[in-house]
Design a protein around this ligand. Sequence first.
Ligand code: PEP
Length: 253
Amino acid sequence: MSARVVIAGNWKMNMTPSQARQFISELTPMVAGKDKCDIVLCVPYVDIPAAVEAAKGTNIRIGAENVHFEDKGAFTGEVSCAMLKEVGAEYVIIGHSERRQYFGETDETVNLRTKAALAAGFKVLLCLGEVKEQRLAGITDEVVSMQTKLDLAGISAEEMKNVIITYEPVWAIGTGLTATPEQADETCGVIRATVASLYGEEVAEALTIQYGGSMNDKNAAELLAKANVNGGLIGGASLIPEKFTAIVDAANA
Ligand code: PEP
């Protein structure tokens, strides 16, 4: 089985609920019927109800940008799987580099969050990738392979059906620097080989591996043409309907 292409937006800390509603009403006709990929918008928690309502009956699915691993309790500022389920989120980003960099997330907490989200029935966009110093030191393959193993620890082959791995070289996120299509393909290939070593070829081939890091309307087609790149997680360009649609178009070409 070949991997399904998934084009996902990561809005980060942008857009209010009314702006989310407006954005989705603009985007809906622009992406209607473009069904060679799944289309997902991961939005701030407070935007989720408005986004779910606006996306009802469309081919746009809504996700969150993180979730906590505990069911409930004294975790000020965090949100549980049950809370996200009740407001209609279907996807969740876990392990984004901004969470790792600014909010102390580790492979251990990423793994705990991923396991909880899968148990609750979410599709998980599991983000990993090397920092600039690691790429320059020539250890990218080791880094992504180790992250893949640590972040997926204890996750079954059956649960892998709901996992999307998002390869994001940290040096390319929000910087305007993009990995070359060859670099993206090669490192996504390393991740796929690592998954094959853990779960076998069939699971690895069916796994969606996205690229993320300054993907935009100009470079998407080249990146998405690579065999190991099955979609993208898009930050900046997901805030502009025309640019996000151009990426969806590239995935539908
Ligand atoms: C991201 O937030 O995951 C991302 C890839 O951002 P950008 O597209 O802005 O680099």
